[in-house]
Design a protein around this ligand. Structure first.
Ligand SMILES: Cc1cc2nc3c(=O)[nH]c(=O)nc-3n(C[C@H](O)[C@H](O)[C@H](O)COP(=O)(O)OP(=O)(O)OC[C@H]3O[C@@H](n4cnc5c(N)ncnc54)[C@H](O)[C@@H]3O)c2cc1C
Length: 388
């Protein structure tokens, strides 16, 4: 087996290249969409399994791959290809870091309205494929919602595009929706086209310490407030400690609107910088994401508090992250959350025996999509829901 002679830089893998403990044989460093396609064609001919990697910050999320021959490193595809500032649109290669993209856009007074923390090296492709929503998803949606076009390379080397700069559609499929949150299991995201927003003139945060059982009513009132918060988040790093609630307002008259929100919360202070935890994933060996409808906020917060973990997330968007270095009683938590209409996904855990995904509605459909895009099961096999 060989990957030489296809015009793609390939090196032998080392211990640092392991994905969930599975060591690939090679690391490939494509520099163009065509090179990704050539590489995936060669892998298809030799039945080699491929795991794409961006910044590598979340390779421990999802199950370890069943097999991994080639780590496809997107680091050389890191250009902002086209920033049409007048149209509030950007086209970017998937290996570009979110920091580099943010710097480029800020130069023209614009932003991609996600809250990915700076400094980690997270890439555009990894952010899309990992699919985690941030605080401002409440107002602007997730990376998937801000995506208006995507170029992907499928397991057989086919290049497919949808939306934005349309060249050719894969008939009947919304590629952006499918590839967002796909953990590299359907193919390689090569380029993305995003809708942008102007950088807000001002930002203010209202920060308060309500009791846990006051949060559902406060969240409802904040979500309905005419002061229009862009985000409302809670944070409780210590399961026995106080809970902090923070609400963000952006744009004109931010100070006055923040004071109006403070009245809704019933106290607190207005500050000009985010709390240190804002938009950050809480740390812990075990990390679970809970999604729930607004009606279930009280039940889910109680269940999360009972789980004895750090908790952080949005009571208005119905999303919490629970983190611990100890044990998380996943089955009990999942039962309570599912009874309330929500669901629990374990994003990261060192315990291979844990059911990461729980019951997934639509799993049969997802299997059919996997079969259509990657019938040979070469793209990140076993990483995703239901062993996809
Ligand atoms: C609002 C927000 C806030 C966040 N806050 C934090 C935080 O505080 N701390 C933190 O650690 N993380 C945080 N994250 C998550 C983190 O930013 C993403 O998980 C990260 O962007 C992953 O990027 P990466 O390049 O490191 O991906 P990687 O770790 O390289 O890959 C992640 C997954 O995507 C797949 N993948 C990577 N690139 C591609 C590609 N081109 N095509 C197909 N599949 C691919 C990989 O196979 C893997 O399954 C946040 C994310 C958001 C959106």
């Amino acid at each position: 087996m060989t990957l030489t002679g296809i015009g793609v830089t390939v090196r032998q893998a080392g211990p640092d290249d392991a994905v969930g403990g599975v060591l690939p044989r090679w690391v490939a460093l494509p520099e163009s969409v065509e090179e990704i396609a050539a590489l995936l064609r060669a892998c298809a001919e030799q039945d080699l399994a491929v795991v794409p990697v961006g910044g590598g910050t979340k390779l421990h999320w999802g199950a370890p791959p069943e097999r991994c021959d080639v780590l496809l490193d997107m680091c050389c595809m890191n250009a902002v290809l086209e920033h049409a500032a007048g149209d509030l649109v950007v086209r970017v290669q998937a290996g570009a870091t979110m920091d580099a993209l943010a710097a480029e856009l800020a130069g023209k007074g614009q932003e991609l309205a996600l809250d990915v923390p700076s400094g980690a090296g997270s890439t555009v492709g990894g952010t899309l494929a990992a699919g985690l929503p941030g605080p401002r998803a409440f107002r602007f949606g997730t990376a998937r919602d801000l995506l208006i076009g995507i170029t992907v390379v499928l397991a057989d080397g086919t290049v497919a595009r949808s939306g934005g700069k349309v060249v050719k559609n894969v008939a009947g499929y919304d590629l952006g929706k499918l590839f967002a949150g796909s953990y590299g299991s359907l193919g390689v995201i090569a380029e993305a086209v995003f809708r942008l927003h102007p950088l807000p003139a001002e930002r203010r945060w209202v920060v308060a310490e309500p009791a846990l059982d006051e949060v559902p009513a406060i969240a409802l009132a904040l979500a309905a407030s005419q002061a229009e918060p862009s985000a409302v988040e809670v944070d409780r790093p210590d399961p026995d400690g106080p809970l902090v609630l923070a609400a963000l307002v952006e744009g004109t008259a931010a100070e006055a609107r923040a004071r109006a929100l403070r009245d809704v919360v019933g106290g607190g202070e207005v500050i000009g910088q985010p709390p240190s935890w804002w938009g950050r994933v809480p740390s812990g060996e075990v990390l679970a994401e809970v999604r729930f409808p607004p009606t279930a906020t009280g039940a889910v917060l109680d269940a999360a508090a009972g789980a004895g973990t750090a908790l952080r997330g949005s009571p208005v968007a119905g999303r919490l992250l629970l983190a611990t270095d100890g044990q998380l009683a996943v089955s009990a938590l999942r039962k309570t959350v599912e009874d309330a209409g929500g669901r629990v996904v374990v994003l990261a855990t060192p315990d291979s025996g844990v059911d990461r995904w729980g019951q997934i509605s639509g799993l049969a459909l997802m299997r059919r999509v996997k079969e259509r895009f990657d019938p040979g099961r070469r793209m990140s096999p076993g990483r995703f829901v239901g062993g996809i």
